[in-house]
Design a protein around this ligand. Structure first.
Ligand code: UD1
Ligand code: MG
Length: 472
């Protein structure tokens, strides 16, 4: 990072964002503090403060030893690492500031106040009139449980960036961090049945399958998967933040589909709730993206990856659309499944699997596992690797033993979606690679949403865009 002061262009832009946000906030307050505009205004302020704080605090990260080498550059400079902590902290403060704006109307204006939960305004007015746009007080528990989970994951992330924790020590922490969410889900919603697709209904003889406790295990597993899946789709400038921004945008589109249609209140509440967590997330992430995009001046650290993953878990569990989230995480799921042989050490997994930098051409190429005559893939792995190579899902080079004429594995590409993209598309510049992968994520996600809302009718009797709050 060249300096820790804002350039005049940056200053003007941030001043503009701040002024527009303050204006929007005062307008929202005049209108009684309508949450969606308040949230938008606070997200603008979150963007401006994150952007400014990253520039201001970057030298302190270096001084504290929180730094990493940018490996895909001719000169491998050390730049601040763990800067995602700034995002997470600004985010947590902003969502706390939002609490009185979101709940004031319902707790104070719609009731007789003083902690009473009686509704003094007619129920129809609360459910259908302007009050529909405010958060009811029973959402406060959800809101606070979300903050608790996000705080826990932020502590884990910072701990990991500082101490480089072992897998076995950190694996179950996201599950534990999700317990507040799961408890609120149990008390407030508690639906653990899933709708059976039409074609299976005759075979199973039921329209619903009751999963009971297994549904909580599934949500807990998702809480472990999501933060980690973002952390392993990493290693080139911008990619961690870009994929998170794309997923957040897709979730915002999904929420807007519900909010723009005529809905019964429970569904609108869930998606309004989700938006109030996603908009500030977008604010802090866009600011981080600006500093982390190629050529990066800061690294996001594990803190950001875990925190981003947990934001998605929070909104999807409390918004009751955890299965929609899975459709938006297809590239991360593919990356995990494809990585599994290395993650479970069936194939050696180096500390870093990021692509290899070709300084001569300034492009990235797939990084590889180097095999030797003594250390060859295990008997069961070798045929699978040959098959993947035939299917062009792995780049393998072979070597022939001079004496015996036997063929050996020489190298095989590291099994990440980033390397696979390079295998399929050829070497490319780091910036282009990050953009191509993010565009792929966007297209896959958009397709996922279309499948979710349009094709769902082939599989299920109704899409819940028509049902309100039923779980499909
Ligand atoms: C995960 C991946 C690892 C990948 C790393 C990159 C698995 C199991 N682990 O490990 O393969 O190499 O993320 O983030 O898949 N870096 C860059 N350029 C970037 C981003 C990171 O050079 O744009 C390097 C820097 O040296 C940075 C380091 O990666 O210091 C961060 O790695 P870290 O987040 O600690 O790795 P893991 O999350 O453990
Ligand atoms: Mg990492």
């Amino acid at each position: 990072m060249a300096s820790n002061t804002l350039s005049s262009r940056e200053f003007s832009f941030l001043a503009l964002v701040t002024a527009v946000s303050v204006l929007l906030l005062s307008r929202a307050l005049q209108g009684g503090g309508e949450p969606i505009y308040t949230s938008l205004a606070l997200s603008g302020l979150a963007y401006a403060s994150t952007y400014y704080l990253i520039i201001q605090t970057a030298p302190s990260f270096l001084k504290a030893g929180l730094k990493g080498k940018d490996m895909s550059k001719r000169v491998q400079k050390e730049i601040p690492e763990c800067v995602g902590a700034i995002c997470a902290i600004v985010y947590l403060l902003i969502v706390m500031i939002f609490i009185p704006f979101a709940f004031y109307q319902d707790i104070v204006a719609a009731t007789s106040g003083g902690g009473n939960r009686d509704v003094v305004i007619e129920v129809e007015h609360v459910n259908q009139g302007r009050f529909l746009h405010w958060f009811p007080h029973n959402k406060l528990a959800s809101y606070l449980s979300a903050i608790l989970s996000l705080q826990s994951i932020t502590i884990l992330g910072i701990g990991d960036d500082v101490f480089d924790l072992r897998w076995r020590h950190k694996f179950f922490i996201p599950f534990i961090a999700a317990i507040p969410l799961l408890t609120v889900y149990y008390v407030d919603f508690g639906i653990t049945s899933v709708v059976v697709p039409n074609f299976l209904q005759n075979i199973l003889g039921a329209e619903l399958v009751h999963l009971g406790g297994a549904y909580y295990v599934y949500m807990g597993a998702l809480a472990i998967f999501c933060p980690n899946s973002i952390n392993i789709l990493a290693g080139i400038n911008g990619i961690e933040v870009m994929q998170s921004i794309v997923i957040a945008l897709l979730l915002i589109i999904n929420d807007s589909l519900y909010l723009l249609s005529a809905y019964p209140p429970p569904a609108t509440e869930s998606h309004l709730f989700s938006l109030s967590f996603l908009l500030p997330f977008l604010g802090v992430s866009l600011a981080l993206f600006w500093h982390n995009q190629y050529p990066a001046t800061v690294f996001v650290g594990d803190t950001y990856c875990y925190f981003a993953g947990m934001v998605f878990i929070v909104v999807s569990i409390l918004g009751h659309f955890s299965k929609t989230l899975i459709l938006l995480l297809l590239p991360q799921i593919f990356n995990f499944v494809y990585s599994a042989p290395q993650l479970f050490h069936l194939i050696p997994c180096p500390r870093h699997r990021l692509p290899k930098y070709n300084a001569h051409r300034d492009v990235l190429e797939p990084s590889v596992v180097q095999w030797t005559a003594e250390k060859q893939p295990r008997a069961y792995a070798a045929p699978a690797m040959r098959l993947l190579a035939k299917l062009r899902l792995l780049r393998v080079t072979y070597r022939q033993d001079q004496d015996s004429g036997r063929e050996f594995f020489d190298t095989s590409s590291n099994m990440t979606i980033i390397n696979l993209w390079l295998v399929a598309r050829g070497p490319m510049h780091e910036r282009r690679l990050a953009w191509e992968l993010s565009i792929m994520q966007l297209l896959v996600g958009l397709l996922g949403l279309v499948v979710r809302h349009k094709m769902a009718l082939f599989l299920f009797r109704e899409d819940n865009l028509d049902l309100g709050n039923a779980v499909v």
